[in-house]
Design a protein around this ligand. Structure first.
Ligand code: SF4
Length: 431
C-alpha cells in the first residue's frame, strides 16, 4: 500500500479537510511555521548552535542543504517544506532529552558517534540538550544520578525520554538495577516516563525486548510498550536503529509538537511503512529469478538477489534500503548479506537465520491473494506468515518465468554445448 505522504503529516497537524494537494502543502507549511515560532521562542538549552558546529567540522552549508532535502524526502514531506525542516534541525537544542539504557549493548548510541567523520546527524545529536546519557556524559555515580533527577524535575512534562535496551521483569526486575540506589530498571522506566512529553523506544531491544528476550528469555525481558502506558510512545526499531529515523522523529516532533502517524506496531509510518524488499537495489534480480545460491558464487559476484541465502527483506518493514547507514554510504544488502529482519518483533528467533523463509515452520492462515506488497499497518505481525506464502509463490513464478525466458533465448543444443554454464552463472556472465 502506498501512503499519501501529505495526509500522514496533515493528520499529525490536525488538517484533515484538504481541498487540493497544493493547498494541503501550503496549509502544512503555515502550520509548521507557526509551531516553529513557538519553539524558537523557547530558551536554547544546550548552549550549542548548529551553524558554528557545522563550520567547525568543515561541513558546508551545501552539505547541510543536501541533508535537509534528504530528510524532507525521508519524512515524506513535499519539497516545499525543506526550509522548515532545516529550521527544525536548528531548533533541536530546545528539546531536553533524557536517555536511559537497560539490557543493551549501547549500539543505538554508537550508531551516532562511530562514523568515520562527523555526520550531520552526529552534529545534531550534539546540539540536542542531552540532559542525561550514562555512556556519553562526563559525570558518573551519584553525581550522574543527581543530574538525572534534577533534569526530570526541571523539565517535567517537557522532556523526551529515550529508552535503549530491553527491560527485564524477572526476579521483580532484579536482573538490571541502576547505580548505588539499586533501583530496578523497570521502576526507572516507569518513574521517568511519568514526567515525559514523549517516549522513544530506541532500537530492537527497547521495541520488544530484542536479543535479551530471545528464546529462552531467562530474564523475562520485554519492550517499552509492555511497561509504559498513557504516554505517546514511538518505537524506532532495528539493530541498531538508524540515526536518520531517530533524528527524523525528533524533527517531526519539533515541526508538529506531536508523534508521527504510527503503524500497528507503534513505528512511524514515514520510516517503517514499506517493505525493504519494495525498494531493494537487488529487486530486479528477485523478479528475474536470479539468486545467489552459495556464498561467493557467480550470483554473489553479480549482486543477485539474496532471498535464497535467507534475506528477510520481503518480511521486514524499514526504510534502510532508501536511507542506508553512515550518511547513506551502504547497508547490509548492499555489501552482500541478506536482511535479518531486525526491525520486526522477535527477529532473533524467527528471522535472523541464513535460510529462506520456506524452511521455517510458518504457515499461512489461508488468506490467499495477499502478496509481498501488503502494508504493516494493515496486517501487522501475524501476517508475516501470509506474506511468506505470497513470496514463495512469487519466487516460484519468477524462477519459472526466468527459466522459460532463458530457454527461449538459448541456442539449439548442439550450438550451445561449448558455451553452456549453470543457470545463473550464464546470466551473470552476460551482465
Ligand atoms: S529478497 Fe532481499 S535481496 Fe532479494 S530483492 Fe528482496 S530485499 Fe533485496
Amino acid at each position: 500500500m502506498e501512503y499519501d505522504r501529505r495526509s500522514l503529516f496533515a493528520r499529525a497537524l490536525g488538517h484533515r479537510e484538504v481541498p487540493s494537494p497544493e493547498s494541503d502543502a501550503l496549509a502544512l507549511q503555515r502550520a509548521c511555521e507557526a509551531r516553529l515560532r513557538e519553539v524558537e521562542a523557547m530558551e536554547p538549552l544546550s548552549g550549542l548552535e548548529l551553524a558554528p558546529l557545522l563550520a567547525e567540522n568543515k561541513l558546508s552549508r551545501r552539505a547541510f542543504l543536501a541533508w535537509t532535502s534528504a530528510m524532507t524526502a525521508a519524512l515524506m514531506l513535499p519539497p516545499l517544506l525543506r526550509p522548515q525542516v532545516a529550521k527544525a534541525a536548528e531548533l533541536l537544542n530546545r528539546v531536553p532529552v533524557i536517555w536511559i539504557e537497560g539490557q543493551d549493548c549501547a549500539g543505538n548510541s554508537e550508531a551516532f558517534i562511530r562514523s568515520a567523520g562527523p555526520t550531520v546527524e552526529e552534529l545534531l545529536f550534539q546540539t540536542i540538550s542531552l540532559e542525561f546519557h550514562e555512556t556519553l556524559m562526563a559525570a558518573a555515580g551519584i553525581q550522574a544520578e543527581q543530574r538525572k533527577q534534577q533534569a526530570a524535575q526541571m523539565y517535567k512534562g517537557r522532556y523526551v525520554l529515550v529508552i535503549e535496551g530491553g527491560i527485564p521483569l524477572g526476579e521483580n526486575g532484579g536482573y538490571c538495577t541502576i547505580g548505588a540506589s539499586g533501583q530496578t530498571f523497570v521502576d526507572e522506566v516507569r518513574e521517568l516516563s511519568g514526567g515525559a512529553a514523549l517516549v522513544l523506544a530506541a532500537g530492537a531491544c527497547a521495541f520488544y525486548g530484542g536479543i535479551p528476550a530471545s528464546n529462552p528469555n531467562p530474564t523475562d525481558a520485554v519492550g517499552v510498550s509492555s511497561v509504559v502506558s498513557g504516554k505517546p510512545l514511538i518505537n524506532i526499531p532495528a539493530c541498531p536503529m538508524n540515526p536518520v529515523n531517530f533524528v527524523g522523529t525528533l524533527i517531526h516532533y519539533i515541526l508538529t509538537g506531536a508523534a508521527p502517524a504510527l503503524d500497528s506496531l507503534g513505528r512511524p509510518i514515514w520510516a517503517f511503512g514499506n517493505l525493504i524488499h519494495n525498494n531493494c537495489e537487488r529487486r530486479a534480480h528477485f523478479d528475474a529469478g536470479e539468486y545467489v545460491q552459495h556464498w561467493g558464487d557467480v550470483g554473489a559476484q553479480n549482486n543477485f538477489c539474496l532471498y535464497k541465502m535467507g534475506c528477510k527483506g520481503p518480511f521486514t518493514y524499514n526504510n534502510c534500503s532508501i536511507v542506508r547507514y553512515n550518511e547513506g554510504t551502504n547497508w547490509p544488502i548492499g555489501v552482500g548479506h541478506g536482511c535479518i529482519g531486525c526491525s520486526q518483533p522477535q527477529f532473533w528467533d524467527t528471522l535472523a537465520y541464513e535460510r529462506p523463509m520456506t524452511n521455517a515452520s510458518i504457515h499461512a492462515p489461508g488468506l490467499a491473494g495477499w502478496g509481498v506488497e501488503s502494508s504493516a499497518d494493515k496486517f501487522g505481525l501475524g501476517l508475516l506468515a501470509v506474506v511468506g506464502v505470497g513470496i514463495v509463490a512469487h519466487a516460484i513464478a519468477s524462477a519459472a518465468a526466468g527459466h522459460r525466458e532463458r530457454q527461449a533465448q538459448e541456442p539449439p543444443k548442439a550450438e550451445a554445448k561449448a558455451g553452456s554454464t549453470e543457470d545463473h552463472q550464464g546470466t551473470g556472465g552476460e551482465e
